[in-house]
Design a protein around this ligand. Structure first.
Ligand SMILES: [Cu+2]
Length: 217
């Protein structure tokens, strides 16, 4: 499978978003109009004994069923999209593997096959450089608390968990992408930022070789 067949996380997210939002707006209107209607229709009137009923099983049952169906539908869409992204991307042969370690308050990006690391956060701002248009495998972990590896432009976010390695694969179009920790992790959480530069594969290899000691065989 070619690298271009990689599922676009951005496309998957935008597709789900375009389904979630109309449903959310529709349900909001339904609830708001029902409440408003009830207030207007059953507003206080002079000298009238209040009705004594306190439940209406058909209406309550229909409403609960409607909400359960909507929730089940959205969960189904979300999990199938997530499954698609994970299985397709993990089946790809990565062009480069990068170990990502979150710690208070910096990201360490290690390129094992080139034997060097760059860091970004409170320690400075070294860029994460990746080849554009190719699967990039990230082995994600944390040394202290839970952090979250987030690149908003890719619509992708994944927790970095101490004692566990999360394997994810992303593909980048060419460009510069801001990234940050998305899990509040202490006083300088907001400094836990990085920038990903996606460059053409030849430029990436040149950069990596100039930084490291050449790829291991
Ligand atoms: Cu963090």
């Amino acid at each position: 499978m070619s690298a271009l067949a990689l599922v676009s996380t951005r496309h998957e997210y935008d597709h789900l978003f375009s389904i979630y939002v109309p449903i959310a707006i529709g349900l909001f209107l339904l609830i708001a109009l029902t409440v408003l209607g009830a207030v207007l229709i059953y507003r206080r009137r002079p000298v009238e004994r209040a009705a004594r009923w306190h439940e209406n099983n058909p209406i309550e049952g229909t409403y609960a069923l409607l909400l359960a169906c909507v929730a089940a539908f959205l969960l189904y869409l979300t999990f199938t999209a997530e499954h698609r992204v994970d299985t397709v991307s993990l089946g790809e042969r990565p062009a480069v593997v990068i170990d990502v370690t979150g710690s208070k308050w910096e990201w360490t990006f290690t390129y094992p096959s080139y034997r060097f690391s760059v860091r970004s956060g409170t320690v400075g701002r070294q860029p994460l450089v990746v080849p554009a248009g190719a699967p990039v495998r990230f082995n994600l972990t944390s040394t202290d608390v839970i952090h979250s590896f987030w690149i908003p432009a890719l619509r992708y976010k994944h927790d970095a968990i101490p004692g566990s390695v999360q394997v994810i694969t992303l593909s980048f179009g060419p460009g510069v992408f801001a990234g940050q920790c998305a899990e509040f992790c202490g006083l300088r959480h907001s400094d836990m930022i990085f920038v990903a530069h996606a460059v053409n594969p030849a430029a990436f290899t040149k950069w990596a070789r100039s930084r490291g000691r050449g790829p291991t065989p």
